[in-house]
Design a protein around this ligand. Structure first.
Ligand code: PBG
Length: 337
């Protein structure tokens, strides 16, 4: 080391990284529990939590346990929960008609949560995959070997009205049918639910990172496959401009919140959407993103807490206002300690 070697620098960006308090002052992005939504899986009956193998730390819960979980999440400062039902295979059908049962599992879960913890935002997915034997998000047209777009939208709009009636704060169409946001808005308004918001899965890609989720709701097992092909409705992961078209349409059709999904592998899309709209933007850190970090941490290959926190920070930095993440509860618990 020589003291004589000295660079003549006007700018030394490292000056602001020298101490913890300087770094805190210069910090540009934060992730607070209030930015987070915990996806939760609900199952029928007064049964013990059912751990999900490919999602360590996440279990399917009975309505009773789910209500207790929502109390805890609310106390931790988490703003919302996204509900996903795991139905018994006997309730699944070709047309997913259980979705329109006015007393179906997810509607009872909404009512129970809203009665016990009214402050927490409750979001439900609108899609038929938990209800169909084939595991697709809509009505399957066997002749066309594709989903029937408009007939599916009609069912989703009815599901939205049922969810609104049960007291849901936001409905989240996750199906990617054309025109569904506009149709759902009209159906809600026509039935007097003009206060029910729509969080649109706008740029939802045909991703392999949904694998563990399909185990969690049993949509893969009932369909007998781990590789449900949803490429005729979900976006091609190669396409950026097409994602912006979808986002613009959902905005025009009346979405209140737009969403990009998955999150981590699509940070560029989050940034582009952030710049293309003034609406609130959500990003969904999906089951496979969670599973990757958990699996590597279990092997001692990654530091769980630091990778978790960095993954969420990156999604906020890309431009997401809110994040749906399976890490929500653990993140909030860590933030409090
Ligand atoms: C289905 C739906 C999926 C997810 C949320 N809603 C799966 C899919 O589209 O196949 C994925 C969430 C996750 O992987 O965490 N409509």
């Amino acid at each position: 080391m020589s003291d004589s070697y000295k660079l003549e620098l006007t700018r030394r960006p490292r000056r602001m990284r020298r101490t913890a308090s300087l770094r805190a002052l210069a910090c540009e992005t934060e992730v607070l529990p209030q930015h987070l939504i915990q996806p939760v899986f609900v199952l029928e009956g007064d049964v013990a939590p059912e751990p999900i193998g490919s999602m360590p730390g996440i279990s399917r819960l009975s309505i009773k346990d789910l209500v207790a979980e929502c109390r805890e999440l609310h106390a931790l400062g988490i703003s919302g929960v996204a509900l996903f039902p795991k139905l018994d295979d006997s309730l699944k059908s070709d047309d997913g008609r259980e979705a329109l049962n006015p007393n179906t599992l997810v509607l009872r879960a909404i009512r129970a949560i809203k009665a016990a913890v009214p402050e927490i935002t409750v979001i439900t997915d609108l899609a038929l995959d938990p209800y169909t034997v084939h595991g697709h998000d809509g009505l399957w047209d066997a002749a066309a070997q594709d989903l029937a777009n408009d007939a599916t939208v009609e069912v989703l709009a009815e599901m939205a009205v049922l969810a609104a009636e049960a007291g849901v704060d936001m409905v989240a169409p996750s199906d990617m049918m054309d025109g569904r946001v506009g149709a759902i808005r009209v159906a809600l308004d026509d039935n007097g639910y003009d206060k029910t918001a729509i969080m649109a899965y706008s740029a939802k890609f045909a991703s392999a990172f949904y694998g563990p989720f399909r185990d969690a709701v049993g949509s893969a097992s009932s369909a007998g496959t781990h590789h449900l092909d949803k490429r005729t409705y979900q976006l091609n992961p190669a396409n950026r401009r097409e994602a912006l078209v979808e986002v613009a349409l959902d905005e025009e059709e009346g979405a209140d919140v737009l969403m990009v999904k998955p999150a981590g592998p699509y940070l560029d899309i989050i940034r582009e959407v952030r710049e293309a709209t003034e609406l609130p933007l959500a990003a969904y850190q999906v089951s496979g993103e969670y599973a990757q970090i958990m699996a590597a941490a279990e092997r001692g290959w990654l530091d769980l807490e630091r990778c978790r926190d960095e993954s969420l920070l990156a999604i906020r930095r890309a431009g997401a206002d809110m994040i749906l993440t399976y890490f929500a509860k653990a993140y909030a618990q860590a933030a409090l300690t």
